[in-house]
Design a protein around this ligand. Structure first.
Ligand SMILES: CC(=O)N[C@H]1[C@@H](OP(=O)(O)OP(=O)(O)OC[C@H]2O[C@@H](n3ccc(=O)[nH]c3=O)[C@H](O)[C@@H]2O)O[C@H](CO)[C@@H](O)[C@@H]1O
Ligand SMILES: C=C(OP(=O)(O)O)C(=O)O
Length: 418
């Protein structure tokens, strides 16, 4: 297994091209199950999670081919099943549940279980499908679904859920009659999925707002090429990287309008950010990073997927920053590792109180989840001396060519065998 080694202390300078969004590409791939034929997606990031979803679809009988993007042929899908071996490596596998129920009337999908950041139940996905007429049983760690054609319903999410909204929107696209999803997730990835479903012939209104209305249709057609939206979390991570290293970067191929809350908080921390149509220019503050408070919320609020990276930046702030995590009950696994690099952080329930220090110093650290790992890389880039980040398979789930992209803008970062 590889680890990342970082010799920190160099300001990043240069240009980074942002990749397609993992969290948009995964539901798009799952949506290919809704219509037999060849679907074509471009700007698909080369990531471990994308390979896992491809393996999952292949297991069901689909065929994937990389040729100017990803072409998924779902003509021969015959096994509507997501086995534990694949689901345990990627929770987003649960996104096949809605399409399988709607298109095949049966599904056998392993329960995803919890992960480092929280329990992450899927009760709302299941309740929504039941209200659309699906019969659901849990057996041997699997969700078993049986149904005829699903029917429309009005479903109010008790809690905003991104993949829950995506699952029910996909299921509703082929259901009989109208489905209204209330308190739906408004994330850009939900909008990207809605757009592809519409390209396939689905009738959807209101994606991007809290109420989505779907008029079910009899069938959908495969379409493409559909370009996956840029990864807003990768974008935010590199903005923070410029700030924490005292550098300046230009980011291209991004969607600044998907990052309003992140940009505002980074500007409050003193970073200078110039917003173009699909570019961002960022420069670190000359008089040091300012400590600011942040609370995570569903979109358009500050994303939980940027909380750990923002905390890394705040470890070098000029005062005290209170970072509150509202989405996941246990998303502070990076705290103890950041402390190993010299950060002063005190945990108080769902809040982390970060007292800025003058400098961080390198140390061996261990990644526990994707964004925790990213925060350790950021801290390592700023720290004096050498930082070894182990368990980088987490990073490979969500950051395309992270070490190459960072090396190209002046970072000393490389892979070594553990
Ligand atoms: C593949 C993907 O897109 N992953 C993203 C998605 O995850 P994911 O869709 O799994 O996260 P959710 O939006 O569902 O989770 C939000 C909250 O709702 C709770 N909940 C969710 C569903 C449910 O049936 N019952 C329930 O209680 C969760 O435990 C959590 O506390 O949104 C998260 C929140 O922005 C991001 O951190 C993940 O990167
Ligand atoms: C938590 C994340 O992903 P997942 O939902 O796939 O675990 C993430 O992208 O930060």
């Amino acid at each position: 297994m590889d680890k990342l080694v970082i010799e920190g202390g160099l300001p990043l300078q240069g240009t980074i091209a942002i990749s397609g969004a993992k969290n948009a590409a995964l539901p798009l791939m799952a949506a290919s199950l809704l219509a037999p034929g060849v679907h074509h997606f471009t700007n698909v990031p080369r990531l471990r999670d994308i390979r896992t979803m491809e393996r999952l679809l292949t297991h069901m009988g689909a065929a994937g081919r990389w040729n100017h993007g990803l072409r998924l042929d779902t003509t021969a899908v015959a096994t509507p099943e997501a086995p534990y071996e694949l689901v345990k490596t990627m929770r987003a596998s649960v996104l096949v549940l809605g399409p399988l129920a709607a298109r095949y009337g049966r599904a056998r999908v392993s329960l995803p279980g919890g992960c480092a950041i929280g329990a992450r139940p899927i009760n709302l996905h299941l309740r929504g499908l039941e209200e659309m007429g699906a019969h659901i049983e849990l057996e041997g760690g699997y969700v078993l679904v049986r149904c005829g054609r699903l029917h429309g319903t009005t479903f109010t999410f008790d809690q905003v859920t991104v993949t829950g909204t995506e699952n029910l929107m996909m299921a509703a696209a082929l259901a009989e009659g109208e489905t209204v999803l209330e308190n739906a997730a408004r994330e850009p990835e939900v909008m990207d999925l809605a757009q592809y479903l519409q390209e396939m012939g689905a009738r959807i209104q209101g994606a991007g707002t809290a109420v989505i209305r779907i008029q079910g249709v009899e069938e959908l057609q495969p379409r493409g090429p559909h370009a996956v939206i840029p990864d807003r979390i990768e974008t935010g991570t590199y903005l923070a990287a410029a700030g924490i290293t005292g550098g300046s970067l230009q980011l291209t191929h991004c969607r600044p309008d998907h990052l309003d809350a992140v940009i505002r908080k980074l500007q409050a921390a003193g970073l200078s950010i110039q917003v173009g149509r699909d570019t961002l220019r960022v420069a670190a503050p000359e008089d040091g990073i300012r400590s600011v408070d942040v609370t995570t919320w569903p979109y358009p609020g500050f994303p939980t997927d940027m909380q750990a990276q923002f905390m890394a930046l705040m470890t070098l702030g000029n005062g005290v920053s209170v970072i509150k995590e509202q989405i996941f009950e246990n998303r502070f696994m990076h705290v103890s590792e950041l402390k190993r690099l010299g950060a002063h952080i005190h945990l108080d329930g769902r809040s982390a109180v970060v007292r800025g220090v003058k400098r961080l110093s390198g140390a061996p650290v261990m990644a526990t989840d994707l964004r925790a790992s990213a925060s350790l890389v950021l801290a390592g880039l700023a720290a004096r001396g050498r930082t070894d980040v182990s368990r980088i398979y987490h990073l490979e789930r969500g950051y395309e060519a992270l070490d190459e992209k960072l090396r190209a803008v002046g970072a000393r970062i490389w892979r070594e065998r553990e």
